[in-house]
Write a protein that binds this ligand. Structure first.
Ligand code: C5P
Ligand code: C5P
Ligand code: ZN
Length: 484
């Protein structure tokens, strides 16, 4: 559903309330405690709030968390901060926050579906409260951006970071992988201020910066078996379509190809994907809107907003969250060098995990209504979400959501990451609800968006949990079929 002007206006009004509250605290010289989510959108949100606060001369501290549990909520409360800001998380934990920090002033800047009602001392800014879909039309970084802009118009330069956050949360779900809804306003701000340029092209990674075969090998959305993660095979693939990888001894980048060559390459890739059994819509996900950050150096991964997003994801998921936030706050130089290394490690880990899953039958199991991806204790629990996202666009049957899990080391708990496609959410499937219901039934905790959700459940309940998810998926899809 398109976002209506009244909805956007109502949302923007709510934003001013948060900005005023922040200004009052800063004027009084009171320290602020930010807690943000550890994924790329959360780090982008933290970078935006952090930069806005630095510019106001505020003192603050930041903690980055995978989720909020009782212990974390108690630690935050024990600090007795005059103001707490939650970024890209909070709305899913209202009951817990009510129980642990109800008397503290808190601002929740989130785009996850709110569960429960906030305490009177909380200000909750969330697109869902105004009928706007937070899983595709605005990210956590986007919510933070509007608050920053309400604090000071100068913060418009942070629009690019919000674009990165939205792309990191895979919100480019409009035609040709475009950002839409309220995100479109952020894109406009960034373009008008001269920070962002938009083109349509093949969506390879490193379009301006890498030799074509490397860019192709780095492309994992969709994951192309035999090509993703395989530079030598990518090179052979290009050559087989008559594309010369070098000119005058210099590697060519995607931007150096003629339109004719790009067409040849696209049709070759389409045929290849279809021959591997991919559904017909998958090749088209290789073409779309490119978001170029024009003020970033051309040879860095920050130049292409999608690559920036992956770099942040790498930082978040490889336990280098501070590095990610520093980059969002404008740090370059050695921070960027370090982040590049983390990005390489992250890519290697993903390739290794996908290879491992495909190595033995049964590691990816097709059940009646879902795919179960058994990461066991091989796949790091912080990366299982990325693996689940990649597989959701590349498994043969797009009618079945992907439920991937990893065992959390040292704890008797599994981390579950569920992903599906638009085609199923538009038919009424809501993975957030399914994760919540199944997890509650089996002594865990779950939630999230309709299209991407997660849960933590005790290891001993894993099998029952999976059976329950399989049944709930069936039930939801049947219910909407009956209703239509
Ligand atoms: O907590 P948060 O909402 O930021 O996490 C969203 C996660 O869900 C992202 O890491 C992304 O992988 C996934 N997602 C997705 N498809 C969407 C939206 C989010 O796979 N449309
Ligand atoms: O961890 P993962 O990336 O799979 O999470 C997907 C989405 O589900 C994220 O938006 C995350 O915040 C949300 N989630 C949740 N409650 C949980 C686990 C994940 O709301 N217990
Ligand atoms: Zn988010």
């Amino acid at each position: 559903m398109p976002v209506k002007k009244e909805q956007t206006d109502a949302f923007l009004n709510s934003v001013s309330e948060a900005a005023e509250q922040i200004s009052k605290h800063v004027e009084k010289g009171e320290p602020i405690h930010i807690t943000s989510h550890f994924d790329a959108d959360g780090l982008a949100a933290a970078g935006i709030v952090g930069t806005a606060l630095v510019r106001l001369g505020a003192t603050f501290r930041l903690r980055v968390e995978k989720w909020i549990d009782e212990k974390i909520a108690e630690e935050i409360a024990a600090d007795k901060p005059p103001l707490i800001i939650f970024a890209d998380l909070g709305s899913g934990y209202l009951d817990l926050l009510n129980a642990k920090i109800r008397d503290h002033a808190a601002i929740i800047l989130d785009h996850h579906e709110p569960i429960g009602e906030p305490s009177k001392t909380f200000t909750q800014i969330n697109p869902h409260l105004h009928g706007i879909d937070g899983s595709r039309d605005l990210s956590g970084a986007g919510v933070a951006y509007f608050v920053a802009k309400a604090l000071d118009k100068k913060n418009i330069d942070l629009a690019c970071v919000a674009v990165v956050g939205a792309l990191a949360d895979l919100q480019d779900k409009y035609e040709k992988r475009k950002l839409g809804g309220v995100n479109e306003k952020i894109v406009e701000d960034a373009v008008n201020a001269g920070y962002l340029q938009i083109d349509t092209d093949l969506l390879f990674f490193g379009r301006e910066t890498r030799p074509i075969h490397k860019a192709l090998a780095c492309t994992t959305s969709p994951f192309i078996p035999g090509i993703s993660g395989e530079e030598d095979k990518s090179l052979a693939f290009l050559v087989s379509f008559g594309i010369t990888p070098k000119r005058e001894d210099k590697w060519r980048a995607l931007r150096d190809l003629s339109d004719e060559e790009k067409k040849k390459l696209f049709s070759g890739l389409s045929d290849y994907l279809l021959s591997k059994g991919f559904p017909t819509h998958v090749p088209f996900s290789l073409i779309g809107n490119i978001y170029t950050l024009t003020k970033e150096e051309p040879w860095t991964p920050l130049r292409d907003a999608r690559e920036f997003a992956v770099l942040l994801n790498a930082a978040g998921r490889m336990d280098k969250q501070g590095l990610g936030v520093a980059i969002c706050m404008g740090d370059r130089g050695t921070a960027l060098e370090q982040a590049n290394k983390v990005l390489e490690e992250y890519r290697r880990a993903i390739t290794k995990y996908l290879g491992w899953l495909n190595e033995k039958p049964g590691r990816i199991e097709e059940m009646n209504n879902i795919y179960v991806v058994r990461g066991e204790n091989f796949i790091n629990e912080n990366i299982i979400g990325t693996v689940s996202s990649i597989l959701s666009t590349s498994l043969p049957n797009p009618e079945k959501p992907v439920i991937a899990f990893s065992v959390v080391p040292g704890e008797e708990v599994v981390k579950i990451s569920a992903r599906t496609l638009d085609t199923l959410t538009s038919r009424g499937l809501n993975l957030g609800e399914i994760m919540r219901l199944a997890a509650e039934k089996y002594s865990g905790r779950g939630g999230g968006h309709d299209i991407a959700a997660g849960a933590q459940v005790p290891f001993t309940n894993l099998d029952s949990f999976i059976t329950s998810v399989d049944q709930l998926v069936k039930k939801q899809l049947e219910a909407t079929q009956r209703g239509s």
